[in-house]
Design a protein around this ligand. Structure first.
Ligand code: AMP
Length: 408
């Protein structure tokens, strides 16, 4: 059993580096994902290698795509039985079944992989449609336990070719009393299969279930931290072109004495620092293009308050200990929730208070919504002063759909 830990994460993994099938990469592109989230970084390789996994991961971490992408890749690239069910994803609720089926539809848009959501509560028509798909074979079935058993008991479900079993939100399934149903479903499945288990928590009974189902699993534990409570977080929904003028305005307000501005790209660090210097603000830059000596010098100047604004890439977001930072500005939305927490954690150290502002550009709304999901609550949205002109509405789902619509 291996133990992968988030803290070991150093590099940003691009989907293209995983060698995923071209058609899946197109689907990822259409969904607007750029880099793999921490869960995805740790989960995808062992799944691609055919290993069983048990992963502690919460909703909002990108766990659905973490298992769907390698699953789709294996369905497309490994021999599989046409006209049979190849993968079964069991989930606790019909909402989750629908949500996962939608993700499959999006990510597999450029492939011929077929899928169906099978869940209770519908009318007779939906049962008939499910029966038809389960009889004629469908690549992926996403189902709730009770409804699946109703079909299995009728004897027409084609399961001989099943190679993948996913249990998502397994702790909720146990809490909802589905333990026996799961055991029953498993008696219908071929023994030779890859098993993937996801659960937000890992109580003892989960360990017991996993021992029954999984074979020598890779264990993945994504410990999600929460930002300190004394940080006041605010986000501003803006157009990309409004970012620089708004940041200048925030910095001129003089309410803050020591500020770090984070940018995801070093090019943005350079451009923004030049703009701030031009506006006679005492700013300096830190990124990987600078030699070690200059970096140390600029950090020293910042500590000694020769400069009071540091514009930096994420190299400064972890482990750097500078006291008294009262404001962190995210020029752009960080790649994932952990990066967000690390960035804003630069302020309010040692029990002082701090403020964290995030500028959300038009294309970053979905990314920020994912972070909010991970934080468990929306971040307060601040009003942008009228002088900067109209700003976009915060509608992350729509922003998502818009980028999706381009493909059609
Ligand atoms: P989940 O944890 O699976 O519920 O995913 C939460 C949200 O993150 C969903 O809206 C996904 O579409 C989104 N998401 C998943 N993977 C990525 C990624 N690599 N980059 C950006 N967003 C993602």
């Amino acid at each position: 059993m291996y133990l992968y830990n988030l803290l070991e994460k150093q590099v940003i993994l691009k989907f293209i580096d995983l060698g995923l099938d071209e058609r899946i990469l197109e689907g990822i592109d259409a969904m607007g994902y750029e880099n793999a989230t921490p869960v995805q970084q740790q989960v995808m390789v062992p799944i691609l290698e055919g290993k069983d996994i048990i992963a502690a991961a919460q909703t909002g971490t990108g766990k659905t795509a973490a298992f769907l992408l390698p699953l789709l890749h294996r369905l497309l690239t490994m021999p599989h039985t046409a006209g049979d069910i190849n993968a079964m994803v069991i989930v606790p609720t019909r909402e989750l079944a629908i949500q996962i089926a939608e993700s499959i539809e999006g990510l597999s848009y450029f492939t011929d992989v077929s899928s169906i959501a099978v869940y209770g509560g519908g009318d007779g028509n939906s049962f008939t449609a499910e029966k038809k798909a389960l009889t004629s074979g469908v690549d992926i079935v996403v189902c709730t336990p009770g409804r699946m058993i109703a079909h299995l008991n009728m004897g027409y479900v084609k399961l001989k070719g099943l190679k993948y079993l996913v249990l998502d939100e397994a702790d909720r399934m146990l809490d909802m009393g589905f333990s026996d149903d799961l055991a029953k479903i498993i008696t219908f499945l071929p023994k030779e299969r890859q098993n993937l288990l996801f659960s937000a928590t890992m109580p003892v009974k989960m360990r017991e279930l996993s021992k029954k189902i999984l074979r020598d699993p890779v264990e993945i534990n994504i410990a999600i931290s929460k930002p300190p409570e004394q940080i006041v977080q605010k986000a501003f929904v803006v157009y990309e072109a409004q970012k620089v003028p708004i940041i200048k305005d925030m910095l001129r307000s003089k309410k803050f004495t020591k500020v770090i501005v984070f940018c995801s790209k070093k090019q943005n660090v350079k451009v923004l620092t030049a703009e701030l210097k031009r506006a006679k603000l005492a700013a300096e830059e830190i990124h990987s293009d600078l030699d070690q000596k200059s970096r140390e010098q600029y950090l020293q100047d910042f500590r000694n308050q020769k400069t009071n604004i540091l514009v930096a890439t994420d190299i400064l977001s972890r482990g750097i200990d500078i006291d008294d930072i009262d404001l962190v500005i995210n020029y752009d939305v960080p790649n994932d929730g952990e990066d967000y927490i690390h960035r804003i954690g630069r302020t309010a150290r040692a029990a002082t208070t701090g403020t964290a502002f995030t500028l959300i550009g038009e294309k970053e709304q979905s990314k920020f919504a994912t972070i909010e999901e991970l934080l468990g609550a929306p971040v307060l949205k601040g009003a942008v002063p009228e002088e900067f002109g109209p700003t976009p509405a915060y509608a992350p789902k729509q922003a998502h759909k818009k980028s999706f619509g381009r493909r059609k």
